[in-house]
Design a protein around this ligand. Structure first.
Ligand code: AMP
Length: 433
């Protein structure tokens, strides 16, 4: 399938060609024609699947005709974090470069006056985080009754961050007659419930990789005593010093831990900065820009701040602290190996978090190979992990095989995912003419 088969207009196709994409990803293939038909879509797709372009490209086409009135945006995209909102804005700029689109970003940490000035001129695309959006909406500074397309991105993360009440209130300001698109990396009963209030008979597109982890990532785990964590990280980063354009994203559990680690790395000669929720928006953006421009080699981040970071050719993700939720592991390592690139992910497992490590392996349904090139390897932590693995293998052997789901269609063509292309499930409750 080619982009030109999807029904996009010439300007958009030209912009896609300029970016260098040769074929649509599975979610783009399914979502773009559906959105252009003005139907609702619910996309269950992990990070790195190309879902941002799956909704921005057709929206640009839809916006080609018509003009926005003052304070009345024509489309609204809600995003959980400022960084992700900024990246969506960048996509609109990139893909909409041959079309005159007015756009505003409504995110916390930026000057409200400036944002309102842009809104008062009328915008085609409004990208917002829920808090700031609701604030302006409830004060009557922005009117949503002209919104033709509403997008809720990263819905699962929105719920994790406690935005559900805000989203519900924002939706109450939207017109009933609208097109709605909802994207989420995971599908839970809570998301299903939320979706019922937002989308109307959507085409549900589920991109379900055989394994819930990105195939091209070289995953490894280092078994360490906790006192050796820092030294190991330093050894690991130094060992990559000669790699061309090397960039590492290091995940920490706490904001304080992230700042402390970045400082310590700088002292030891590794250029680093931290990105987390206690930093101002401009400090976060500055750190991200330095990383993108390779002025620093390590960016130390907490999960929420790192959500949606899309840096080309980032080579390494380090789980300095393992995540609380095993799903988060997939989001984290998905920061590397974006689209066509390869990547490496190294996770640190200490005696205190063998259980977390076990939860990750269970979730991704594979054993993560051992990182051997280190003097800090702890055989005793490794033995604890082996014991856990043996218990899991026993439990797996006992479990009854699950009945297989009927697949709507298997993709066989070569794709970003190589030979093992993810399975795409398509569902709709009521038939569409
Ligand atoms: P996303 O899942 O939207 O975060 O996108 C992940 C990455 O895939 C981004 O770096 C995009 O620039 C890239 N991408 C999106 N669509 C395509 C495509 N059709 N071909 C190659 N790369 C793509």
């Amino acid at each position: 399938m080619k982009f030109s088969d999807l029904g996009l207009n010439e300007n958009t196709l030209k912009a896609v060609a300029d970016v260098g994409y040769t074929e649509p990803t599975p979610i783009q293939e399914k979502a773009i024609p559906e959105i252009l038909k003005r139907n609702d879509v619910m996309g269950i797709a992990q990070t790195g699947t190309g879902k941002t372009a799956a909704f921005t490209l057709p929206m640009i086409d839809i916006l080609a005709n018509g003009r926005a009135k003052a304070l009345m945006p024509r489309t609204l995209i809600l995003s959980p974090t400022r960084e992700l909102a900024t990246q969506i804005a960048e996509c609109f700029q990139k893909y909409g470069k041959y079309q005159k689109l007015s756009m505003a970003l409504l995110i916390g940490g930026e000057s409200m006056v400036e944002q309102q000035k842009i809104l008062s001129r009328g915008v085609d695309v409004l990208i917002a985080t829920p808090g700031r959006m609701l604030d302006l909406c409830e004060r009557g500074r922005i009117l949503l009754r002209d919104v033709r397309v509403f997008v809720l991105d990263e819905a699962d993360r929105m719920l994790d961050m406690g935005f559900l009440p805000d989203i519900r209130r924002i939706c109450s300001h939207l017109p009933n007659k609208r097109q709605s698109l909802l994207f989420s990396a995971t599908l839970s009963p809570e998301i299903e419930h939320l979706a019922r209030a937002i989308v109307n008979n959507p085409l549900k597109i589920t991109i379900s990789p055989d394994k819930p982890t990105v195939e091209k990532i070289d995953q490894k785990a280092a078994m360490l005593e906790s006192t050796n964590k820092y030294n190991f990280l330093l050894e690991l980063l130094n060992s990559k010093a000669d790699t061309k354009d090397f960039l590492a994203l290091v995940f920490c559990r706490t904001k304080h831990g992230a700042s402390k680690l970045a400082k310590r790395l700088n002292k030891d000669g590794i250029k680093a900065d931290a990105i987390h929720g206690d930093k101002t928006q401009s400090a976060r953006q500055k750190a991200l820009d330095k990383f993108k421009n390779r002025a620093i080699t390590a960016l130390v981040a907490t999960d929420i701040a790192a959500r949606g970071i899309d840096v080309k050719n980032m080579n390494l993700v380090v789980n300095y602290d393992l995540p609380d939720e095993p799903e988060t592991y997939v989001h984290r390592i998905g920061r590397t190996a974006r689209a066509e690139a390869d990547g490496e992910a190294v996770s640190i497992c200490t005696r205190d978090n063998v259980k977390d490590f076990y939860a990750v392996e269970k979730f991704i349904r594979q054993n993560i190979p051992l990182y051997k090139d280190t003097q800090y390897h702890s055989e005793s932590v490794f033995e604890d992990v082996q014991k856990m693995r043996a218990l899991r293998a026993k439990a797996d052997a006992k479990r009854q095989p699950q009945p297989k789901r009927v697949k709507d269609k298997d993709f066989s063509a070569e794709s970003l995912y190589g030979e093992r292309r993810p399975t795409v499930f398509l569902e709709r409750e009521q038939p569409k003419n």
